[in-house]
Design a protein. Structure first.
Length: 248
């Protein structure tokens, strides 16, 4: 993929914790308006990669967002440019209401004097009717699915152009997982580019356009998500179907 049409370009990204390299020469692209997923086992380096792209971890290599390098930018500057991360732990303000959590997501925009914040809040409530019902409730009292919806809604209040999601289905019931992935697919239709890190490989490959497989800190496989979903190694390792179970 060339720079044209790329929302995100990562080249040779490396992160070390002391002498242990957690991410080794990772490279990936996210085409504008697409969903790209990174799948792999626990501890493979998926979250490390997202945190490095976001500027939360020191890293070697190059990260280009919207055609320009962001290596020297603070996290706040990346958010202001539309690069937004929803972390695995959601990191909500438990003692604040749903509404206040959402409004905080737009805080950088308030400081810039951006118009349209109220309209965006209304749009979030339309996308997540449960949040409208719970708007006066403390975030810490929400169910797991509601917390994930709030984390997504808060991220949308920052007006992202590239949304990075770290394990959005973690700990959620199957029906809620289905809802979350439907919402992710809907977001792509609004023009938001998405980089999705996910252990639920089946759901991730179903919703994504392109996919990367990461193992022990290295990208070991990549391709169109539909092709990877039919790759025998991916099926056996990540989709929970052994060759014997498939009758082959």
């Amino acid at each position: 993929m060339t720079g044209r049409g790329a929302a995100l370009e990562v080249r040779g990204l490396a992160v070390a914790y002391g002498k242990v390299e957690a991410l080794h020469q990772a490279s990936l692209d996210v085409a504008a308006g697409s969903i790209v997923t990174v799948i792999g086992p626990n501890g493979a380096g998926k979250t490390t990669m997202l945190n490095a792209i976001m500027g939360l971890l020191p890293a070697k290599g190059e990260v280009r967002y919207d055609g320009a390098p962001v290596g020297d930018e603070e996290v706040e500057a990346r958010v202001a440019r539309g690069l937004v991360l929803v972390p695995e732990r959601r990191e909500l303000f438990a003692e604040m209401t749903v509404a206040d959590n959402l409004v905080l997501g737009a805080f950088p925009r308030y400081r810039r004097g951006d118009a349209g914040i109220d309209a965006d809040l209304k749009a979030v409530y339309e996308r997540f009717p449960r949040l409208l019902e719970r708007r006066a409730q403390l975030a810490g009292t929400l169910s797991g699915g509601e917390r994930q919806m709030l984390a997504l809604g808060r991220a949308l209040m920052a007006k992202p152009r590239l949304l990075m999601l770290d394990e959005p289905s973690l700990g959620l019931a199957p029906l809620i997982v289905r809802d979350i992935f439907r919402i992710i697919a809907d977001l792509r239709r609004t023009g938001v580019s998405i980089l999705l890190v996910e252990q639920n490989a089946r759901a991730a490959l179903h919703v994504a356009d392109h996919a990367y497989v990461i193992e022990t800190g290295e990208i070991v496989l990549q391709g169109p998500a539909r092709e990877l979903a039919n790759d025998p190694k991916v099926i056996e390792t990540y989709l929970g179907l052994s060759t014997a179970a498939r009758g082959g």
